[in-house]
Write a new protein. Structure first.
Length: 339
């Protein structure tokens, strides 16, 4: 994958603006996603977060101009079954500009699993923040006496503000505040907590995980195994919040409707030569439901844009193969894994 001069200029501009970790996003929408945020600072509210906005149910009437295939799935007819899908993704990974790459893809509807280096431990960068958010919400749900507008330190940011900053903005200070708070609580070993969910190769401090573990955490979140219905809806809504990252990586490989409903968390760091460019997501659209994780390490900074494009292409192929009625708008439809 070659980087054009224009893309290279954008990368250099990003380098001047971003730190080695996650990038900052545009100002957040002024309309709150959750009623737990009072209009006046410090006001008391219910101790449980309640989703104010839930994703609209997608149907044919909500997607005019969508091209549909009569086949129930493109997996066999276009992609050659699970083996063909894995072969296509393997070719993409083999063409990575630099670094080591892992892919985990699980079709929650049909059971198909594609695993490429998915058990190789890597630094997960900010993708680990989903696990931290789940661990906090599990603690919060077990302590109904705690107010959503209180926080780890009195008169500073509330739990709700810290959660939003960690998941939507990917702020490291907010992440550290919630991580330290959890680790200070009696009876909580944060690493053991996450591993008890089945993510045996994952630790929060120090950060380490595998593509399979990150995918398993998303699967259990989506199934409601880890949180109450309200907690699950709350976290998925945060992960669906529109940000510039929706236009890159996994989101860039999806048509507009599925892209809008993508619940995901990116991860990026080039500290100490880690070279992590990653994205983890839950795609749900017109009967499609799958978890996809793309994790990399030791990617060269000069290949940053190409690495994002590779994740987008992996996402495009996965959606083209797994959508039960391939719902690409006619203007952007590109077919299966070999366009």
């Amino acid at each position: 994958m070659k980087v054009s001069p224009g893309v290279a200029l954008v990368v250099l501009m990003l380098a001047a603006c971003l730190g080695p970790g996650e990038g900052r996003v545009a100002p957040l929408p002024t309309t709150p996603l959750f009623r737990a945020s009072p209009s006046s600072a410090g006001a008391e509210t219910a101790n449980r977060p309640t989703a104010e906005v839930s994703p609209a149910k997608a149907g044919p009437e909500a997607t005019p101009g969508v091209l549909k295939l009569s086949s129930p799935s493109a997996l066999d007819t276009v992609c050659g079954g699970p083996a063909g899908l894995k072969s296509s993704l393997q070719r993409l990974v083999s063409g990575a500009p630099s670094g080591e790459w892992a892919v985990y893809l699980h079709d929650l509807r049909g059971g198909t699993v594609v695993s490429i280096n998915a058990d190789q431990p890597m630094h997960p960068a900010s993708t680990i923040k989903v696990a931290i958010a789940i661990a906090f919400l599990r603690w919060f749900e077990a302590h109904p006496e705690v107010k959503w507008t209180s926080g780890p330190i009195p008169h500073q940011r509330s739990f709700e503000q810290l959660m939003r900053a960690m998941i939507v903005v990917s702020e490291e200070d907010a992440t550290a505040s919630l991580t330290d708070f959890l680790m200070d609580q009696k009876r909580i070993d944060l690493n053991r907590e996450v591993q008890s969910w089945g993510a045996a190769e994952t630790s929060v401090v120090p950060r380490r995980s595998t593509a399979r573990d990150l995918g398993l955490i998303l699967e259990r979140l989506a199934s409601g195994d880890l949180l109450s219905e309200a907690g699950t809806d709350y976290l998925l809504a945060l992960m669906r919040t529109p940000t510039p990252s929706k236009q890159t990586r996994l989101g860039a490989g999806l048509p507009p409707g599925p892209q809008d409903l993508l619940a995901h968390k990116t991860g990026t760091t080039f500290q100490a030569g880690l070279g992590v460019v990653a994205d983890t997501g839950l795609v749900q659209w017109q009967g499609t439901s799958y978890v996809i994780v793309v994790l990399s390490s030791h990617v060269q900074w000069v290949d940053y844009a190409a690495a994002q494009d590779l994740i987008a292409e992996i996402s495009r192929v996965a959606f083209a193969c797994l959508a039960p009625e391939t719902a690409w708008p006619a203007s952007s439809r590109r077919g299966g894994p070999n366009p």
